[in-house]
Write a protein that binds this ligand. Structure first.
Ligand code: GLV
Length: 331
């Protein structure tokens, strides 16, 4: 799709189709060049498309690096990502070139927190395993200890990253009478009011029945949960990841789960994505893996697409982005 306007209208590269009314809204402010396929645009194709563009509207599946920014040239005014995590974007390189980067925080918080709870319940109560058991015709009778799992109610949950989503998860878990711990690079002033106790990572890992990850992927958090950290966890503990796959060393996780050094894992994110259907993790009964659907409700994905469009249009018009990850570009 390429909508033509009069000369001088800014050119924008869009890396995936979003709802039509949002494309129409962006088309009122720019000439859009849309990647029509239903899979990620190859990096080289994106590189070929960006020269002279004023904006890029992208997804977490696209690599936005310094070479791409240089290929776009000096007219590039905004990078707008339809996601809250921006680990696929070289934000430093954008900042160095004065390019604001937009993301979509807030609108996906509650939906993603719901999914974290769904994974906790699915793994603790062995929901997927039980449904498969029934489908396989193995349900013969009601047995006192068959498919027994663990209670989420009343357990201790360690939240790694008490930001927006971590806080929404904590609010939900208060309703389950859980004891809540957290660790953050800097203390969250809301924690006490939320009833969440600040501890160090080691204490959190040793004390929690469920460890749930809500930190961004950064150089500091890459591989944060490796063999050493998994070894600190209780043998019954459950690891939940709705953040980014690379926060966890997946090979170490497989080994810990297989050896029953931890109890179970619920993953909405993997490294790499998509996860291969032959991945060894998928052979384990105590693992639930989902295809990165944390924010996937119709309402939330639509709000994300709209917010990313708002960021894009603001950037094209030289206004501050409603949600900018590198506001220092405005200093
Ligand atoms: C999804 O993972 C997002 O970062 O929005």
């Amino acid at each position: 799709m390429s909508l033509s306007h009069s000369a001088g209208f800014p050119h924008v590269v869009i890396t995936r189709r979003v709802p039509q009314h949002i494309l129409d809204y962006m088309a009122s402010a720019a000439d859009l060049q849309l990647w029509e396929e239903d899979h990620p645009i190859p990096y080289q194709t994106l590189l070929d498309r960006v020269p002279g563009c004023a904006g890029v509207y992208c997804l977490l599946t696209d690599r936005i690096d310094a070479a791409l920014l240089d290929a776009a040239g000096p007219g590039l005014k905004v990078i707008s990502q339809m996601a809250v995590g921006v680990d696929n974007i070289d934000v430093k390189a954008c900042t160095a070139r004065g390019i604001p980067v937009g993301n979509t925080p807030g609108v996906l918080t509650e939906t993603t927190a719901d999914l974290a709870l769904a994974l906790m319940l699915a793994t603790a109560r062995r929901i997927v395993e039980a449904a498969e058991f029934l489908k396989a015709g193995q349900w013969q009778t009601w047995r006192p200890m068959e498919l027994t799992g663990q209670d989420v109610y009343g357990c201790t949950v360690g939240i790694i990253g008490l930001g927006r989503i971590g806080t929404a998860v904590a609010r939900r878990l208060r309703g389950f009478d859980c004891k809540l711990l957290y660790t953050n690079p800097s203390p969250n002033p809301e924690a006490e009011k939320l009833g969440v106790t600040d501890v160090d990572l080691e204490t959190l890992l040793k004390s929690s029945d469920i460890v749930t990850l809500h930190c961004p992927l950064t150089p500091e958090t890459r591989g944060l949960i490796g063999a050493g950290e998994l070894a600190l966890m209780k043998p019954t503990a459950i690891l939940i990841n709705t953040a980014r796959g690379a926060v966890v060393d997946q090979k170490a996780l497989f080994e810990a789960l297989q050896a029953r050094r931890i109890g179970a894992a619920g993953l909405d994110v993997t490294d790499p994505e998509p996860m291969s259907k032959d991945d060894p993790l998928l052979t384990l009964p105590n693992v639930v893996v989902l295809p990165h659907i944390g924010s996937a409700s119709v309402a939330t994905r639509t709000r994300m697409a709209q917010l990313a469009a708002d960021n894009l249009v603001a950037g094209l018009q030289g206004e501050h982005l409603p949600h900018c990850v590198n506001p220092e570009v405005y200093d």
